[in-house]
Design a protein around this ligand. Structure first.
Ligand code: NAD
Ligand code: TYD
Length: 347
């Protein structure tokens, strides 16, 4: 099987590529990634020479290039992760999100449709999405697969748009698809602009921890390798035309999470208890900040038998250890442009 994985040099994509390259020697995995600031081939050093793996650098929003690539490699299945993925960046530059997340997805859908025409036996377009498309919850309730879309940020609006196009290609052209909507991921290789790796990096360097607003915002956190496992199961066992929500059964208010992270970092860095917490600084809130995300993952649990394998404390410990053991990775990605982004966002 020729399997195309888009965005495979990014955070979640690199874990998905590794899992498929290692577990499925009969598949040839093509990793297509533009290598934006978020893409990093260092993430895949350990598998880059495997015979069933090929890396291709390119833009999913470049129609001519994508059509040519599909014609050449005849991809039978696709796992589509490539995206602009950071809410704060989407607030500063929404068009980049429309281009990659909406245009890029439609260009891939079209190329897939033109390649196979109506001959879709054993073919699959698997689209990776987010729980943020459902908008914001109050203090109670959960997102299910039937929750109406109600996105609030340019990021979530662009992901919602891409989900709608995938479903529309299914309804209109019979294109075989699966969509999964996952909660917040954390773990090794996450770019340090998202909450957990940003705060780990700042604690290492004794820099302030910028908590938006009062910190009483809730997210549902899942260890990235558990997300990759869920993708493996949905890819092989999921029903065509279905959506599955993936969540960690693991809600945390930001401020409580940050305090737990600080406590674990003090232990790992052998600093006096309470040292890292002193770095917490409340800063101006994110515009349109969603109050709470929480997933009801009953469908994927009951129908496909997936559950997370780690507790949050275990996952966080592994994550902290990874960042401390991979200082060079962290230094490489936080040099250059990262400093400009940081200045603009936080000063
Ligand atoms: P990421 O930003 O770490 O990685 C995105 C990857 O896509 C990068 O390697 C980047 O180079 C590549 N890319 C960006 N634009 C491209 C383009 N035009 N053409 C080709 N490649 C391009 O993101 P992530 O956190 O790994 O998220 C991956 C997917 O999972 C995204 O679709 C995201 O919406 C979704 N998702 C993420 C989370 C999360 O918590 N991180 C949760 C749910 C769903
Ligand atoms: P983030 O990791 O950006 O993911 P998302 O916005 O997709 O949920 O942010 C997680 C939560 O942490 C969110 O409520 C915003 C908050 N946050 C801060 O308080 N400070 C920060 O510097 C960042 C990056 C996020």
């Amino acid at each position: 099987m020729n399997l195309l994985i888009t965005g495979g040099a990014g955070f979640i994509g690199s874990h998905v590529v590794r899992l498929f390259v290692k577990n499925y020697p009969n598949y040839h995995i093509y990793n297509l990634d533009l290598l934006t600031y978020a893409g990093n081939l260092e993430n895949l050093k350990d598998i880059e020479n495997q015979p069933n793996y090929t890396f291709i650098q390119g833009d999913i929003a470049n129609e001519g290039f994508i059509n040519g690539l599909f014609e050449k490699h005849k991809f039978e299945r696709i796992i589509h992760l490539a995206a602009e993925s950071h809410v704060d960046r989407s607030i500063n530059d929404p068009l980049a999100f429309v281009k990659t997340n909406i245009m890029g997805t439609v260009i891939l859908l079209n190329a897939f449709k033109m390649l196979w025409l109506d001959n879709y036996t054993d073919k699959l377009f698997y689209h990776i999405s987010t729980d943020e498309v459902y908008g914001s919850l109050g203090d109670s309730g959960f997102f299910t697969e039937d929750t109406s879309y109600d996105p609030n940020s340019p990021y979530s609006a662009s992901k919602a748009g891409s989900d709608h196009f995938v479903r529309a290609y299914g309804e209109t052209y019979g294109l075989p698809y699966i969509i999964t909507n996952c909660s917040n991921n954390y773990g090794p290789n996450q770019f340090p602009e998202k909450l957990i790796p940003l705060f780990i990096n700042n604690i290492i360097h004794n820099k302030p921890l910028p908590v938006y607003g009062d910190g009483n915002y809730t997210r549902d956190w899942l260890f990235v390798i558990d997300h990759a496992r869920a993708i493996d199961i949905a890819f092989h066992e999921g029903k065509l035309g279905e959506t599955y929500n993936i969540g960690g059964f693991n809600e945390w208010k930001n401020i409580d999470l940050v305090k737990l992270l600080c406590a674990q970092m003090d232990i790992e860095l052998q600093r006096e208890k309470g040292t890292s917490e002193k770095l917490i600084t409340f800063v101006k809130d994110r515009p349109g900040h969603d109050l709470r995300y929480a997933i009801d993952p009953s469908k994927i649990k009951n129908e496909l038998g997936w559950t997370p394998s780690l507790t949050f404390e275990e996952g966080l410990e592994k994550t902290i250890r990874w960042y401390l053991d991979n200082e060079e990775w962290l230094n490489n990605v936080t040099s250059g442009d990262y400093q400009n982004y940081y200045q603009k966002q936080y000063n």
